[in-house]
Design a protein around this ligand. Sequence first.
Ligand SMILES: C[S@@+](CC[C@H](N)C(=O)[O-])C[C@H]1O[C@@H](n2cnc3c(N)ncnc32)[C@H](O)[C@@H]1O
Length: 275
Amino acid sequence: MSGFSGDWLTAREPADLRARNPEVRAAFCAHLREIARGTDAPLTVLDLGAGTGATMRALSPHLGMPHLGVSVRWRLAEHDPALIALAGELARRDGHEAEVVAADLSQGISRDLLAGVDAVTTSAFLDLVSADWLDGLAATLTRAGLPFLAMLTYDGRQSLDPEHPFDAVVRAAMTAHQGGDKGFGAALGPAAHAHAAASFRQEDYRVVEGASDWRALPEETAFQTMLVEGWAQAARETGAREGELDDWLALRRSQIADARLVTRVGHRDLAALPG
Ligand SMILES: C[S@@+](CC[C@H](N)C(=O)[O-])C[C@H]1O[C@@H](n2cnc3c(N)ncnc32)[C@H](O)[C@@H]1O
C-alpha cells in the first residue's frame, strides 16, 4: 500500500489549496470550457492517485461550467481501499458527481479508466512515478487528445525558518527517499515536473507551468508536526545519527508548539494542452 493516510491528506489540504497555481489552473479551466462549448453532454474528468478527492474539491469551484449548461463528472482513480472509501464519503457529503474507481495505476492507465474521459488531472502524484511511466502517460494522453493538469509536484526545495545545521541532513534524506521505488519503478522525485513538461512538449502540447509552493502557517501545528516527523523518519531510514536526529525533532516540535516555525516546500504545477 502507498502509505498516505487520510489524516495526512486532510492535514495538508488547506496548504495545498493556498499553493495551487492560479495561472496554470486558469489555463486548464479555460481549455475545458472550450471543450464544453462544443457539447451539451457532461464532461468527465479523470483524477489519478485521487486520495480523498482533493483535486476535485480544489478545481470544481473554478471550472465555471454551470452557466454553459454543462456539468462535470469526476472519475477518481485510487488504489488504497481506505482512501477510496473516504473519497466516496466526502464526494457524497459535498454533492459531487463522482465515481471512485479502485485502480492500480502502476502499469499505466487502462482503456476502461480512460473511456469517455475529456481531461485528466492529478495532484501530488507525479513525483512518485518513473520516467518510463510518465513518458507512457504522455503518449497515452496524446493518442487520446486529452488535456492534462498536474499540480503540486515536489521540486526538491525545502526549508525551515528558523534554520538549523541538521536541516541539511534531513534534506539529503528526503532527496534520497524521493528517488525510491513507489511502485512505478525508480521515482523521478524532484525531476518529475521538468520531465513531464519535456514529454508533453515533445508531443506538441502547449505547456503552462508555475510554482505552487507550500508555506505552512505557524498555527498549522498538526500539519507541520506531520511534516517534520515524516522528514525525521526519512532521515532515520537513511542512517542519520539517532541522538542528533532526536534533538532536532524535539526542537522542531517545541518550535511548532510555540507557533515559531515556518516550513516551506517547493512544488510546480503544469497544464499540458493539446493544440
Ligand atoms: C501524495 S498522495 C496525493 C493524493 C491526492 N491527489 C491529494 O492531492 O491529496 C498520492 C496518492 O497516490 C495514490 N497512489 C500511489 N500509488 C498508486 C497506484 N499504484 N495506483 C493508484 N493510486 C496510487 C496514493 O494512494 C495517494 O492517494
